[in-house]
Design a protein around this ligand. Structure first.
Ligand SMILES: Nc1ncnc2c1ncn2[C@@H]1O[C@H](COP(=O)(O)OP(=O)(O)OP(=O)(O)O)[C@@H](O)[C@H]1O
Length: 199
C-alpha cells in the first residue's frame, strides 16, 4: 500500500501490514514519518494511491467499517458555542447509544465541573478531554487515538490510561504517542521505520 496527499510525494510506501486481535498497539516514529497519515488511512478519510486499506475485511471508507471504529484525531475540533454536555448528547444521538455512558466516561476523565461550559471557553487540556469523550462515544472494535495525551495533566493522563486499558480488553486500540504508554494495558510497539516493520 502506498499513500500520500494530492500531488505530493508518497508518505507511506510499500507498507504491508496486518493488525489483528484486541489490545493496545503503540504506533511510533519520528515527526513527519506518517503516523497521522496511517490514522487517516485506517479512518477511511485518506484513500491509498496503490493497494487497499481494509478494516475488519472491508475497505476502510465504507460505513460498515465506520460503525465499528472510533477516531480521535490529534487536532481538537469542538463547536465553540456548544457545552461539553451538548457535545456528548450529540455524539450519543449520532451513535444511537445512551448518553449516560458518555457522561460517565467524561466524569472519569475529570470533565465533571466543565459539563455545562461552552467548548470555546475550555482550557487546552479540558478541551482535549471533551474531544476524546466525544470521539469515543459508544462501543467500538477499533479505536484510533492520535496523541490523546497532549496537554493532559497527570491525573487526566492516569484516567485516560485506565480508559485505554478498558477499551483494549475488548477492542484493538491504536495509540499514536511520542511517550510510551504506561499502566495495565501491555502495548505492542509498532514502528513505521522500514527496518523495524514486521516481515
Ligand atoms: N493534509 C496534508 N496535506 C499534505 N501533506 C500532509 C498532510 N498531512 C500530512 N502531510 C505530510 O505527510 C507527512 C507525514 O505527516 P504525518 O502528520 O502523517 O506525520 P506524523 O508521523 O504523524 O508526524 P508528527 O509526529 O509530527 O505528528 C509530512 O511530510 C506532512 O507534511
Amino acid at each position: 500500500m502506498t499513500a500520500g496527499y494530492g500531488e505530493g510525494p508518497a508518505v507511506l510506501e510499500g507498507l504491508d501490514l496486518e493488525l489483528t486481535g484486541t489490545g493496545l498497539v503503540w504506533l511510533v516514529g519520528p515527526n513527519g514519518r506518517g503516523k497521522s497519515t496511517f490514522v487517516e488511512l485506517a479512518s477511511g478519510y485518506l484513500r491509498p494511491r496503490v493497494g487497499t486499506v481494509d478494516v475488519f475485511g472491508v475497505p476502510a471508507h465504507l460505513p460498515t467499517a465506520r460503525d465499528r471504529r472510533r477516531v480521535c484525531r490529534s487536532r481538537v475540533a469542538l463547536f465553540p458555542q456548544m457545552t461539553v454536555r451538548d457535545h456528548l448528547a450529540f455524539g450519543s444521538l449520532a451513535r444511537a447509544v445512551p448518553r449516560d455512558d458518555a457522561l460517565a466516561r467524561a466524569e472519569r476523565l475529570g470533565l465533571g465541573p466543565w459539563l455545562d461550559s461552552r467548548a470555546g471557553t475550555l482550557s487546552t487540556g479540558t478541551a482535549r478531554k471533551a474531544w476524546i469523550a466525544l470521539c469515543t462515544v459508544g462501543a467500538a472494535d477499533l479505536l484510533l487515538l492520535d496523541e490523546p495525551f497532549d496537554g493532559l495533566d497527570a491525573d487526566s493522563r492516569a484516567a485516560l490510561t485506565e480508559e485505554i486499558a478498558t477499551w483494549a480488553r475488548d477492542a484493538l486500540v491504536l495509540l499514536v504517542s511520542h511517550t510510551a504508554p504506561t499502566g495495565s494495558a501491555a502495548a505492542r510497539r509498532l514502528s513505521l521505520d522500514p527496518e523495524e516493520l514486521p516481515a
